[in-house]
Design a protein around this ligand. Structure first.
Ligand code: NDP
Length: 345
């Protein structure tokens, strides 16, 4: 790259490398929730560029590589996430979501940072659900049902505890032993004992806060089980062919999402219910950012059921990467690689 004086010298580009542990050190949950609020509000004001993600599917159906590029106006960030999704990794030493977030300079376009996408995906998804919960759930919500006890289950528990005082936590997972391990190991205050339930229905009945965070392809949550006033973060099904919510759960809810275009095109929860004729596009009331910006109304009464349909969008990853890059600059943490040579003497 030429220097600003145009003297033809090569300017050093230093790229920051951030691994999983450092992502969590530099971006704690509370900070990430504030960041997701700001990023989603900026996105819904239109100060962002974000095409629908591109998916490359392995021919045998075992996995997907997702490319998620974007630009966000505030915090100003530019780059992409490349993430593989391999559901078969469950029970192995590998996470189901692995990849990198690449951050670029907005003025000169130089690479700035390469960050672990497993950690960023885990925390930003749960933090966005927390922002949704804060905006859409009842103020007194605190009876939590977690459906799914994998990575997202762990992070959603922390995220929900950050925005509501939890009174009760019930968990269900397809494999009971996983739910039992989760209950033993989850970092919750001593006053809370995590209850492992035999069925999803037992976990959900009477709850006022529900998180669906599974890799299910068929509904695991039925609308008939939802108590009046419940809020649901539906974060697990983010492909057009997958769903966690049955048609009744979608139909009876006030429905919000992170990105309208993504929901209409990529959400099985939404598209399958629409395909059955139960809802039309108008059923989607708006984006979380529009609620945060005061452009769209949230819940109208304590009896409404609200659903936040989370697809997971690139600007969330970029905002997180930008914040971590700033923290690394401020603290000197992370590994820095000279990318394009040092300046000439
Ligand atoms: P993990 O592999 O860590 O956990 C998967 C969870 O799903 C486990 O609780 C597992 O249950 C459960 N599960 C798997 N298959 C089924 C099934 N057929 N029926 C019911 N439950 C099932 O994955 P993550 O926690 O990382 O991700 C969970 C989901 O969230 C995935 O679908 C993922 O794509 C999605 N996701 C969404 C994001 C977003 O932005 N909205 C971001 C990141 C992930 P058990 O182990 O007990 O069998």
């Amino acid at each position: 790259m030429r220097d600003s004086q145009g003297e033809g010298r090569v300017r050093a580009v230093r790229v920051l490398i951030v691994n999983e542990v450092l992502v969590h050190e530099l971006l704690p949950m509370d900070a990430c929730i504030r960041l997701m609020r700001e990023a989603l509000a900026t996105f819904s004001r239109g100060d962002a560029v974000q095409p629908l993600r591109t998916l490359v599917r392995l021919p045998d159906g075992s996995g997907v590589l997702g490319l998620m590029p974007g630009y966000l106006g505030e915090p100003r960030s530019f780059g992409l996430k490349v993430v593989s999704v391999m559901p078969g990794n469950q029970g192995t030493a590998y996470e189901s979501h692995q990849g990198v977030v690449l951050l670029f300079g907005v003025i000169h376009g130089e690479p700035l940072a390469m960050l672990d996408a497993t950690a960023i995906t885990a925390i930003r998804t749960a933090a966005a659900s927390a922002a949704a919960t804060d905006a859409l759930a009842r103020a007194d919500a605190g009876d939590l049902a977690l459906l799914g006890c994998g990575t997202q289950g762990r992070f959603h528990l922390t995220a929900m505890a950050a925005v509501r005082r939890l009174r009760r936590v019930r968990v269900w997972s397809r494999t009971r032993a996983n739910a039992e391990r989760f209950a033993r190991e989850a970092p919750v205050p001593a006053r809370l004992k995590i209850e492992v339930m035999a069925t999803a229905e037992e976990a959900v009945r009477g709850a006022d806060l529900v998180c669906t965070v599974t890799s299910a392809r068929e509904p695991i949550l039925r609308g008939a089980w939802l108590a009046p006033g419940a809020h649901v973060n539906a974060a697990g099904a983010c492909f057009a062919t997958h769903r966690e919510l049955d048609t009744d759960a979608v139909r009876r809810a006030l429905l919000y999402t992170d990105c309208r275009e993504s929901c209409l095109n990529e959400s099985g929860d939404f598209r399958i219910a629409r395909g059955e004729g139960a809802i039309s596009d108008k059923h989607l009331l708006g984006e979380l950012g529009e609620v945060l910006n005061g452009k769209v109304q949230g819940r109208l009464s304590n009896q409404d059921v609200t659903v936040y349909e989370s697809l997971g969008i690139a600007i969330e990853d970029l905002a997180a990467a930008h914040a971590i890059h700033q923290r690394a600059l401020a603290t000197g943490k992370g590994a820095w690689v000279e990318w394009s040579g040092a300046p000439s003497a």
